[in-house]
Design a protein around this ligand. Structure first.
Ligand code: GLN
Length: 526
């Protein structure tokens, strides 16, 4: 590819449009899906660079350009033939690399899965394909979704499009950054403790963790199965709702999948009415540890809600103070069990010991030693210890009790309020490298998002504006389990109020990301 000038680039109007707008233009025959996909592939080539390289956003681990174009052409032909199509047919999407994709490499950000090409699609990917959505590629993430900055990826960090010296959050920083940088209108993320919502917050995008069980886990590389939940990343609440509707609904292949219908989420996102809505501010999540700029943006958004007729009350959830501690026992415990399958025999990497006998145990030790990064090892050790005989009750057992108390705090709070709110993350995007030596500072990024995972309730982050440092702030909405529609109703309304005040979407004013001098190599099509 010819070198491009390293000057800022203004995105093509086809990539500036969101999913709903693109879907409408496709349906009206104003553009083809092939044009839309090409525009996004050009945008990726212009701004993404290569993960592990020195330049660019580095949101993608794999770009499946030819496969995406083939889907686009197929949809265009079917549309031309007058076939009835799904509303999002032809609208491209990026998928976090923790979700398995048939024929496309899936690494979960780990060396241990390098070179593994899954023989099947996750249920949610099957649904994207059935809807006719071209999959642009796989996005970068912290290894096995453990982290809050995407710096624990074995393939190098993703950079925040607002400031390339800062992290895009994590673990799903690739999905959030791809959407923020106009490389994809939509992306799929997963959220075990905040990995959709916290990256959304620090990249100025919308991210939703549905009710636990709302989107099938079949085909997700499991981290902590009782907490893991896939969800949508987008630039608007409506776009998130549209993607959520495609992926959601019962799946007999996931024993924890809800049997409820997915709900009229897009209609809820469009309704824009908060009159009489009881909004509960979680007292424990608006004080110490939250930066002044974040709190100012949060309060300003709260005022807009109250001016629009919402009733703002304060609620207290005292056990949220222990949620982070409980999470860092439950999550590593489940992860240490789930990661036992990476044994050098079944998937990806296999390393034989440099000397001595080649026994199964020694191959496992050599493979895991070479294939897992330091954060994954830390959690496997933590989890194994927390589950060990003699310590099980003291650690894992106590954490499960805290989990129950967190659920009770939610129950009590939802008796007083229809939705709960807080800032999504305590700070704006932090500089690359600034928390790598301090795991506790990294973990603290999820203090406001983790309670929802422990209780299984749905949560959304949407941008409330910019902090005093010029970086985006996320506003978190939480609803009771199975009330995802309520999140979209409140989120759509708040987004409209914010846009009226600002005169448009936050991301319309994104400083253009500089182009990179070298495009990323095309991965062989499926
Ligand atoms: N940052 C949290 C962690 O490191 C949450 C990760 C996630 O949601 N996947 O565990």
């Amino acid at each position: 590819m010819a070198p491009q000038s390293p000057t800022p680039t203004t995105p093509d109007p086809l990539v500036l449009a969101g999913a709903a707008e693109t879907a409408a233009r496709l349906a009206a025959g104003e553009v083809t899906s092939e044009d839309v996909v090409r525009a996004h592939l050009d945008r990726i080539a212009a701004v993404d660079g290569t993960v592990g390289g020195e330049e660019g956003v580095a949101a993608f681990l794999h770009v499946s350009g030819e496969a995406a174009l083939a889907t686009a052409r197929d949809v265009d032909a079917r549309r031309a033939a007058g076939e009835p199509l799904h509303a999002l047919a032809g609208v491209p999407v990026a998928v976090k690399d923790v979700v398995v994709t048939r024929g496309t490499p899936t690494t979960a950000g780990s060396r241990i899965l390098e070179g593994w090409v899954p023989p099947y699609d996750a249920t949610l990917v099957e649904r994207l394909r059935a809807a006719g959505m071209p999959v642009l590629g796989k996005t970068n993430m912290d290894e096995f979704a453990m982290g809050s900055s995407t710096e624990h990826s074995a393939y190098g960090p993703t950079r925040n499009p607002w400031d390339l010296t800062r992290t895009p959050g994590g673990s799903g920083g690739g999905s959030a950054a791809a959407v923020a940088a106009f490389e994809a209108p939509l992306a799929v993320g997963t959220d075990t403790g905040g990995s959709i919502r916290q990256p959304a917050a620090v990249t100025g995008t919308v991210g939703v963790k549905p009710t636990y069980g709302g989107i099938s886990r079949y085909g997700l590389v499991a981290m902590a199965s009782s907490l893991d939940q896939a969800g949508p990343c987008a630039r608007s609440v409506l776009d998130a709702a549209l993607l959520h509707e495609v992926m959601g609904g019962h799946d007999p292949r996931d024993a924890t999948s809800l049997t409820d219908p997915v709900g009229a989420l897009a209609d809820a996102a469009r309704s824009r009415d908060v009159h009489g809505l009881r909004v509960g501010v979680v007292r424990e999540l608006v004080g110490e540890g939250f930066s002044a700029g974040v709190l100012a943006s949060f309060r300003a958004a709260l005022d807009l809600l109250s001016d629009a007729g919402a009733e703002v009350v304060e609620v207290s959830c005292p056990t949220f103070a222990h949620a982070l501690d409980a999470y860092y026992l439950i999550m590593p415990s489940e992860a240490s069990s789930n990661l036992a399958r990476f044994d050098g025999m079944r998937f990806g990497l296999r390393v034989e010991p440099a000397e001595g006998p080649v026994t199964a145990e020694r191959v496992m030790a050599a493979t895991r030693g070479a294939g897992f990064g330091p954060e994954v090892k830390r959690r496997v050790v933590l989890g194994t210890y927390a589950l060990s005989a003699g310590y099980y009750d003291a650690y894992y057992g106590s954490a499960q009790k805290v989990r129950t108390l967190v659920q009770r705090d939610f129950d009590a709070a939802f008796a007083q309020a229809d939705v709960l709110v807080s800032p999504t993350a305590p700070t704006t995007a932090f500089p690359l490298g600034s928390r790598l030596d301090d795991p506790l500072a990294m973990y603290a990024a999820d203090v406001a998002t983790i309670p929802a995972n422990l209780a299984g309730v749905p949560g959304m982050s949407l941008p409330s504006g910019l902090s005093d440092d010029g970086l985006p702030v996320g506003f978190q909405l939480l609803a009771p389990a199975r009330a995802d529609e309520r999140l979209y109703r409140a989120g759509g309304a708040l987004e409209a109020l914010l846009e009226d005040r600002r005169g448009g979407p936050l991301l319309a004013s994104l400083p253009p990301v500089p182009t990179v001098t070298a495009g990323r190599p095309e991965v062989a099509p499926a």
